[in-house]
Design a protein around this ligand. Structure first.
Ligand SMILES: Nc1ncnc2c1ncn2[C@@H]1O[C@H](COP(=O)(O)OP(=O)(O)OP(=O)(O)O)[C@@H](O)[C@H]1O
Length: 336
């Protein structure tokens, strides 16, 4: 959180609830972060930690009547999207802020050709005739590395492989040159080779256009690959934020340390071990630090006091009462 002036997006104290027959579910509990142009921020967390809800809240795409933003601001270029009109949001979505999801097949309409669908997105936001929009659609397909883009324009989604469909979805998302791309697990359904290609593609386009990217994922390996900075989410709260290299080399929060130890490529000298237990139910969060029942470092006060998100130097933020001692222990272990 260094240079506040430059951020294209600032999320401040976001709270989002779902109303269910069993009462409200507090899915997002005071989340703040920012993204600067040309930057990729990884939003990392286990299933149920609130990642998708943050993405949907930012674009005001929560299920009507069930999901609601109950507090906070989402400032995009200084404008608060929480209070913007629905008309304004329709203009922003797809033009200034684009979102891509995991399941490319459901994002595409089976009865229209690839070309018609990309051209339609372009024409929703720009005054172009059909021919010009089709020409731009072909250029977009070329940009995302689609072989033989002219021919692909006339094909239907089912004629393409999963990786090629995801390229089409990215082409459509980027057709209006958004300033911010939100990717919600956009590579999770793809095999590792195609996943690597898509990550390279997003990084390459970002390099050329300077767009900001919020990359939502449960996969630390993906964050390591694509994100400049990362936020770790637990039970709807940010528990750690750091530049990706520091986060991977010197995680401060025990939860982040646990995530790293559960992955072979990051375990480095530690025994490979899954974090015991599961993400808590957001209807009944533990008192104090929500992670304390699963934490190997927990002390008596962790069950009583909710730690604040604390500045820990170098733009890092940590939500842990004992991060300082744990950090010293970790550093000693790393030096030994
Ligand atoms: N439409 C909904 N109605 C009720 N509760 C919901 C709804 N959508 C999400 N939730 C709850 O909100 C919490 C956060 O869910 P969310 O989908 O944002 O998590 P996530 O980190 O994106 O998980 P995943 O990786 O599995 O998508 C979960 O407890 C989930 O059960």
């Amino acid at each position: 959180m260094n240079d506040r002036r430059d951020a294209i997006l600032r999320v401040e104290e976001l709270h989002t609830q779902f109303l269910t027959s069993h009462g409200p579910v507090h899915a997002v509990n005071g989340v703040s972060f920012e993204i600067r142009p040309g930057e990729t921020l990884g939003l990392l967390g286990e299933s149920g930690s609130g990642k998708s809800t943050i993405g949907l809240s930012m674009l005001r795409l929560l299920p009507p009547g069930r999901g609601r933003i109950s507090g906070g601001r989402v400032l995009f270029g200084g404008e608060d999207l929480v209070t913007a009109s629905e008309k304004r949001m329709r203009r922003l979505r797809g033009r200034d802020i684009a979102m891509i999801f995991q399941e490319s097949l459901s994002a595409l309409n089976p009865v229209y050709t690839i070309g018609e669908q990309i051209a339609e997105v372009i024409r929703q936001h720009e005054r172009l005739d059909r021919r010009a929009a089709m020409k731009r659609a072909a250029e977009m397909l070329e940009m995302v590395g689609m072989p033989d883009p002219g021919r692909r324009l006339g094909e239907y989604p089912h004629e393409l492989s999963g990786g090629m469909r995801q390229r089409v979805v990215i082409a459509a998302a980027l057709a209006c040159q958004p300033k911010l791309l939100i990717g919600d697990e956009p590579t999770t359904a793809l095999d590792v080779t195609v996943q690597a290609q898509i990550l390279d593609l997003i990084a390459d386009i970002q390099h050329r256009t300077g767009m900001a990217v919020l990359f939502i994922t449960h996969d630390l390996g993906v964050v390591a690959e694509i994100a400049h900075r990362a936020i770790v989410l637990y039970a709807g709260r940010v528990v750690e934020e750091a530049d990706t290299q520091s986060l991977l080399a010197r995680p401060r929060m025990p939860y982040t340390q646990g995530l790293l130890r559960s992955l072979p490529q990051f375990a480095k000298g530690h025994r490979l071990a899954a974090i015991p237990g599961a993400v808590p139910n957001p209807r009944s969060l533990p008192t104090g630090c929500a992670f304390h029942p699963r934490c190997q470092e927990a002390k008596a006060d962790c069950a009583q006091t909710l730690p604040a998100l604390t500045e820990a130097g170098d733009g890092r933020r940590v939500r842990c009462l004992h991060w300082h001692n744990i950090a010293q222990d970790m550093d000693l272990r790393v030096r030994a």
